[in-house]
Ligand binder design. Sequence first.
Ligand code: NDP
Ligand code: GDR
Length: 342
Amino acid sequence: MKKAIITGITGQDGYYLTKLLLEKGYEVHGIVRRNSQNSLGNLEHLPKEELEQINIHWGDITDNLFMDNVVKAVQPDEVYHLAAQSFVGFSFENPRFTYDVNIGGTLNVTNAVKEYAPSSKLYFAATSELYGKVQEIPQKETTPFYPRSPYGVSKLAGFWTIKNYRESYDLFMSNGILFNHESPMRGPEFVTRKITMAVAKISHGLQDFVELGNLSAKRDWGYAGDYVYGMWKILQHDKPDDFVLATNETHTVREFVENAFKVVGIDIEWEGEGVNEIGKDANNGKVLVKVNPEFFRPAEVDILIGDYSKAKKELGWEPKVKFEELVKMMVEKDLERIGKLK
Ligand code: NDP
Ligand code: GDR
């Protein structure tokens, strides 16, 4: 039986990756940081029989002694390092904290593997945020990096830590440069979930409108379930390497909004520009979308679109869920959550 440690197991990707690894017969160990409610986050949505199979280790990745001890005790075959302060907007307000978790924590995980389980394979959750300011479209493994947020900068340090340990100590450590991936398990502050939950509520009169930031930002949005399979494939490859996982399609936040409202039978009509732009119900003129400058970022990543041909060629990986299907899946789950799925 293969053993895997997942850091960030309570997050969106942790949920899907846990399901995948249990299905594949792994012994799964998860790092969960202590909270006052003893909450297991997204894991609480797993069926009881799956939840009971997970070995939880309570601790924080910024604690190097804790990380050393877990890696030493478990002797994993694979480590999936997903834990991070992952919200870009928050990283501008909390840069030091973001660096401590994303850089310091990543060093602790990487070093624990080097010292105590050097034959283990390590996956690091790098990100399309490394590309930041446009240098080349679509972005691929050879595109120069230009991060635009404390989050992006911290992940760049993580990316190079992995690469440096791989080259210096001959370890199996790989970076997945993953573009945005979403699901019904996405955290509520990310724009997709914020929109789908608002659409579910607005369509049933539980909310009047939704306030968003930059509607023109373009993202390459895929489905988290497809991407965790890609993470696993990256570690099954015959050698450690860095891979882009993406859909090679890009959409504006505005298009995401339109598609989400379409799921509940509402057509959106746009009026105005910039902070004065509004989205109205085309049928009755009711304002359903407003722009609030509070949600703009000090520096924005304007467009992301990934070229995943290396992953396709070398790993046989391809995304399956298309944009429209993803939006529909998320809106329907949020309708179910508010008890209104028709
Ligand atoms: P989430 O924000 O949903 O999950 C982050 C996880 O990290 C949570 O389990 C969180 O625990 C945990 N965590 C945060 N800080 C610590 C800490 N100090 N010690 C231990 N655990 C900690 O992120 P996703 O699942 O969406 O993403 C997974 C990884 O992939 C992240 O590293 C993210 O930056 C990266 N990524 C994500 C992409 C996406 O589109 N989803 C794209 C590219 C990269 P808690 O529940 O306690 O908060
Ligand atoms: P992102 O995701 O920054 O791409 O990082 P997010 O959903 O937060 O933003 C996507 C785009 O939408 C714009 N936007 C808004 N964003 C939020 N959160 N709230 C709003 O109201 C809003 N209005 C417009 C943003 O400005 C941005 O352009 C995600 C995270 O999962 C990272 O951890 C990961 O590395 C990257 O994806 C790839």
